[in-house]
Design a protein around this ligand. Sequence first.
Ligand code: 173
Length: 314
Amino acid sequence: MRSIFIVAALIAVASPAAAEEVALRAVSAFAEGTEFSRNFERFVEKVNADGKGLIKINYIGGPRAVPPFEVGNAVRTRVVDMANVTGAFYTNLMPEADGLKLIGKPMSEQRKNGTWDYINQLHNQKLGSQYLARQFHNVPFHIYLNKKIDKIDFSGLKIRVTPVYRDVVEAFGGTPITTAPGEVYTALERGVADGYGWPVTGIFDLGVTKFRMEPPFYSVEVNVLVNLDAWKGLNDAQRKVLNDATLWLEGLDSEKVAAIKAERERQAAAGIQTLDFGPAASKAFLDRAYEVAWQSVIKRAPETGPKLRQLAGN
Ligand code: 173
């Protein structure tokens, strides 16, 4: 027994700095190395470099560690301390999260005009977490199809969705089928789905596609959340490392302008045809897409949804 105490005492004396370094366990709701994990992985590297001796992120990985739709709950219950996850995957815990895709303003602006603050409060209350970062505000979504349509009407089509696309797919007559990103490929291959919703970037991580429907809509949101107890347990210097890395991470969105252009060219080169029904049809689609999504958020979050819409300004 006595030897255990001696060993413990020796460790405490020998490594005071190591005892102060906090380690946070992190997961991503997207597969490692794919489009929507990559910038978070760069963030982890940066925190680990800048935070040496203060704070370290142990990146456990993607959906093999925690299934995508359970990642929000894993942060809430502190199964993990940190996660890279879209709000679309935790609307069961926070229905307002479905409204985040409708807010396309840069984070620099959202941090100044109270939007970040309000969304952070919602995360504090409903997800027991700090809304540390939001990425990809300038990356839109599309509906991709393997069957040709001659107007924006999804009647008779089964379309793979998450909460991001559910309301708009239904509004235009389609049958939504929910899957995690990892099951898109099989759903298409087996003909379980005739198309799918996905951002403009990253489809080559998924599978085979014939058509991309215009227009682009909404705004991708992939967030870095930190369990609130874990966040409160950090000292000022440790939080500063995370906050500084967050502003850097959100700044990476500027790279997406060129990335989107390159991705469209790559899709064209891969033989993916665009289905564009002209400005009037596009405008009607967008108006409806925003309206049905806001109505859905407000119906499920009648107290907070209207305030979110006011902050979004659309
Ligand atoms: O399509 C999806 O799985 C989804 O909702 C999403 C959200 C943000 C980024 C990528 C995909």
